[in-house]
Design a protein around this ligand. Structure first.
Ligand code: HEC
Length: 212
């Protein structure tokens, strides 16, 4: 007996089911989500990332920060993301609509960075932390990214970007200063732009008290 048509039908159905499940259903559920315009202010959320931060995202990708950091806050009950202060609410698909490349990550050796820009960490903190994580977070296992900084001779006026208050092992020799490279500036601008706090209609936290 010729089993060709049956085999063909079987393969066709298997592919059709997978395509429906993986491509079509996702497209119908999240494919058309766009920005949300706040009726009070007329501002569209999530907001577009400014140019310098966009370049910083490329630096983040190049340096492999994603191997230790996620950008996705899980809802209360799934892990302790809210208790760790990683976000007031879970991340929703709309948080990512402005991004061409998602950096969700899968490994959490370090904290989730979805809302790192909302934490009380200023640029000076980020620079010192990237130069050597031990300066801000003793005992940290994050590797230093000291190659993002340059020690250079002060010519004329000291640079306003020079990093101040470095401990002796990093303090520049007299007449010199430690300044962040363009990549470091872009990376820190990117980190400080990471804030997803706007409450979309679909982002009410699912918690035991029945939402906030
Ligand atoms: C080998 C794993 C690893 C890599 C790679 C790594 N980190 Fe980290 N990161 C950590 C750990 C662990 C911590 C927590 C301790 C600390 O603050 O240093 C951390 C903390 C941080 C924090 C502070 C977050 C907070 O809320 O306190 C920032 C910001 C950060 N990392 C950014 C980066 C960036 C940017 C890169 C890439 C250039 C990077 N990390 C690469 C492990 C890593």
């Amino acid at each position: 007996m010729n089993k060709g048509p049956l085999l063909f039908l079987g393969i066709f159905l298997a592919l059709a089911f997978s395509w429906t499940g993986i491509v079509l259903t996702n497209h119908l559920t999240v494919g058309r989500i766009g920005t949300y315009v706040d009726a009070d202010t007329g501002t569209a959320f999530p907001q577009a990332v400014p140019g310098l931060a966009r370049r910083g995202k490329l630096v983040y990708q190049e340096l492999g920060c994603i191997y230790c950091h996620t950008q996705q806050v899980r809802r209360p009950g799934f892990g302790a993301d809210d208790l760790r202060g990683w976000g007031e609410r879970q991340s929703v698909p709309r948080d990512y609509v402005q991004q061409e490349r998602l950096l969700l990550g899968t490994m959490r050796t370090g904290p989730d960075l979805m809302n790192v820009g909302a934490r009380p960490l200023n640029a000076d903190w980020h620079y010192k932390h990237l130069l050597d994580p031990q300066l801000t977070s003793p005992g940290s296992i994050m590797p230093p990214f000291a190659f993002l900084f340059e020690t250079r001779k002060i010519v004329g006026q000291p640079s306003p970007k020079a990093i101040q208050g470095l401990p002796p092992q990093y303090a520049p020799p007299p007449g010199h200063e430690v300044v962040p490279s363009h990549r470091a500036e872009a990376l820190v601008a990117y980190l400080m732009s990471l804030k997803h706090e706007f409450d979309y209609p679909e982002s009410i936290p699912v918690n035991v008290s029945g939402g906030k």
